[in-house]
Design a protein around this ligand. Sequence first.
Ligand code: NAD
Ligand code: USQ
Length: 397
Amino acid sequence: MRVFILGIDGYLGWSLAQYLGARGMDVGGCDALLRRGWVAEVGSTSATPILPMSERSVAYEETFGKPLAYSEGDLCDYAFVASCLESFKPDAIVHLGEMPSAPYSMIDVEHCTFTHTNNLIGTINTLFAMRDICPDAHLVKLGTMGEYGTPNVDIPEGFFEIEFRGRKDRLPFPRQAGSWYHQTKVHDTNNVTFACKIWGLRSTDIMQGVVFGTRIDEMGDDPRLCTRFDFDQAFGTAINRYCAQSVAGHPLTVFGAGNQKRGFLPLRDSMQCLHLAITKPPESGEYRVFNQFEEVYDVTGLARKVKGVAEGLGLDVEIANIENPRKEAETHYYNPDRQHLIDLGYEPSRDMETEITVTLTDLIANRDRIEAHREALLPDIRWDGTRRKSAYLSKGA
Ligand code: NAD
Ligand code: USQ
């Protein structure tokens, strides 16, 4: 099977290349290396040292025995996207190539419009190139659980049955995004659905929860195969930040009341889900939605979990509630479905404590890289448009 990964240099993309390469697939991909620059712009770096794509490609071929068909270029350039698909001839395209940070998209009008232009145009270019070059290929597109927001009812997988004024229909479940970034994912969802309807493309739109962890088994002990790991206020996600904060002796930053619930999943299970979606494609013209997460946790419970594991490794960890830089519900109902992947054979690989232990161990080896960027740990990007470091509300949650 031939799989082309858009955004192959990223956190998920570089891991997925290896997960698929280890299973005998022919893998190609492209990237504009933008994530490296965004993290530098917010004053940080990957905690795990990462190599340029030229050296990653050499390590990939040595390990998995096949070349990696890599091209550098921008998905917003239609000619580039078309040339990638023409030369690689993919059976599946995994679209990970977007700007993924909610805080980064909230900085100011330039960051909001960049996020919209980058994410929407890249996806539209991909859809047109698929129509004209490989209409039978399967698009696996990364959406986000955050598209749904936090409604006071259960969240189905994409669609729900509704009866209104005596008539029934199956309609898209309402989307209520919580950042300009999450809004771009909602717009993408509409655009991918529309392309499947009018052109008969096939797509799996994955509403993915928050991913955490430093590694997958396929990386082995080769540091050249390591994926990036961010901990800054914009590109670090909750558990990853808590782990980095534990290692740097920084209080774990629970935002506001800390009752916000989200779905989380380890990197290795994110890969398992993507592999299942790729190997079990939908019918031509079908647009299907998977909700993808392992378990729902609130952000205080998560902080306590990380603290417990970290203390077992000899780290001294404090939890602090800080002023929430975001505008979001801090106490709410949250009960999303996640049956479609289970129906395809998904099984969680290991418990969360084990994964957090692996992550902390990898980060302890890179403690100096986190400490050198300590300033990036406390947020100052606020949803009201101001830039101000969050104040501590209380310690010792
Ligand atoms: P990432 O930033 O590490 O990877 C995205 C990659 O795409 C980067 O290497 C970036 O340089 C590249 N890219 C972005 N715009 C591009 C463009 N115009 N042209 C070419 N390359 C471009 O992010 P990630 O964490 O690996 O996330 C991958 C996808 O999964 C994103 O769409 C994100 O929204 C989604 N997602 C991630 C998570 C998570 O917790 N990591 C959760 C849910 C959904
Ligand atoms: N949070 C804290 N402390 C922190 C960081 C975050 O309490 O130090 C809270 C946030 O306020 C939020 C929750 O943790 O309530 C999740 O925040 P996050 O930064 O981990 O995740 P989010 O901004 O939602 O974005 C991340 C990825 C994004 C992906 C999304 C999946 O960056 O690409 O789409 O997770 S989901 O959350 O399901 O929408």
